[in-house]
Design a binder for this molecule. Structure first.
Ligand SMILES: *[C@@H]1O[C@H](CO)[C@@H](O)[C@H](O)[C@H]1NC(C)=O
Ligand SMILES: *[C@@H]1O[C@H](CO)[C@@H](O)[C@H](O)[C@H]1NC(C)=O
Ligand SMILES: [Zn+2]
Length: 322
């Protein structure tokens, strides 16, 4: 009741033409603004054929040898990061000195911001799902292809934006660097408020590129309106960890622009519509490598056992005695 009152007050202050959109979790959103199933009415791209997020079906991904590892630039630099509550999520602005190349993409991409998608009380909230499994949280790092400097400029290029996605899994131990992030979220509770994290290193959250050989790649869109279909998506195999204490804390920090608790901030998965999800070679090779080593081990084990048994005559005589 409180919330709907708050919403009505807000709406009366907004110009009629303001495009409003909501997540499914914003219950008071029905007539006044649009939940994900109705985004397309106001933002046509949201109804396109290359939308994100998706469910990745691992048995259907296609191995692509032209997907090498990335090179990250500036991940070890200490930077001041401005954090702002944008009404639907909080953005952590990165300086353009943070960049990436490689990963099967052409040219340089400059970082713009990172943000998270999370669930609610004990509910997982990743946007991408793997074989139908939703993970507790997802990190998105948004990069814009040089020489573009905004989403508006990049949106006409199918790979104008490079989005890196990391899925989180729950761990018993706290992630050593997430408390800084959680504290910053606590300082931007309401739409429009902002704060600064000084001396932030992306390296403290994102693993080094040489440990990220395995990833999925597909072409898709931004996962919030306008749903621009300009994104080369990378979903890394490697999971980041977050403790249940930190998960509980992170969902409690912010409010949506409607005043409601900012929870379940993910768009439902979208149809593939004939797209192919690729998998980098080294990502796909992980299982076979384990198998090869197991085979080598078994062969060695067997020949050692065999020669041992033969030399002691175990197989020949003693066995017959039993
Ligand atoms: C970060 O902000 C502090 C305090 O405002 C300033 O002294 C410092 O030079 C800034 N660092 C960078 C890398 O901009
Ligand atoms: C959120 O705040 C910004 C100002 O920081 C404002 O421009 C925007 O309209 C607000 N969003 C909503 C939906 O109220
Ligand atoms: Zn996102």
């Amino acid at each position: 009741m409180d919330f709907s009152l708050h919403l009505l007050t807000l709406l009366s202050l907004l110009p009629q033409s303001t495009a409003l959109w909501c997540y499914q979790s914003q219950f008071s959103c029905d007539d006044t603004c649009r939940d994900p199933s109705r985004w397309a009415a106001q933002f046509p791209s949201c109804g396109g054929l290359r939308q994100s997020p998706i469910n990745i079906v691992t048995s259907k991904v296609r191995v692509n040898s032209a997907l090498p590892p990335f090179s990250f630039i500036g991940h070890s630099d200490r930077v001041n990061v401005t954090v702002q509550n944008k009404g639907h999520s909080a953005h952590f602005a990165l300086p353009p000195s943070v960049q990436l190349t490689g990963g099967g993409l052409t040219g340089h991409y400059r970082a713009a911001q990172f943000h998270f998608h999370w669930g609610g009380d004990r509910r997982p909230g990743s946007e991408h799902t793997i074989d139908g499994e939703r993970f507790p949280m997802e990190l998105h790092i948004v990069h814009i292809k040089a020489p573009y400097s905004s989403l508006a400029e990049a949106e006409h290029d199918m790979a104008g934006i490079a989005l890196l996605a990391f899925l989180f899994e729950e761990s018993t131990d706290d992630h050593p660097h997430l408390d800084t992030v959680i504290a910053a979220l606590g300082r931007v509770q309401n739409n429009g408020s902002s704060t600064v994290i000084s001396s932030f290193r992306l390296r403290d959250v994102v693993p080094p590129a040489d440990s990220l050989h395995g990833y999925y790649r597909y072409v898709g869109s931004m996962t919030t309106p306008g749903c621009e279909q300009a994104v080369a998506w990378t979903v890394f195999h490697r999971k980041l960890s977050i403790s249940s204490r930190q998960l509980d804390a992170i969902i409690r920090q912010c409010r949506f622009w409607t005043g409601q608790p900012m929870t379940d901030t993910f768009r439902p998965t979208q149809p593939l519509d004939g797209r192919i999800v690729y998998c980098s070679m080294s990502g796909a090779a992980q299982t076979p490598v384990v198998h090869v080593w197991l085979c080598v081990f078994l062969v060695v084990f067997w020949s050692v056992m065999n020669s041992h048994m033969t030399s002691t005559g175990f197989m020949g005589e003693e066995l017959q005695d039993v």
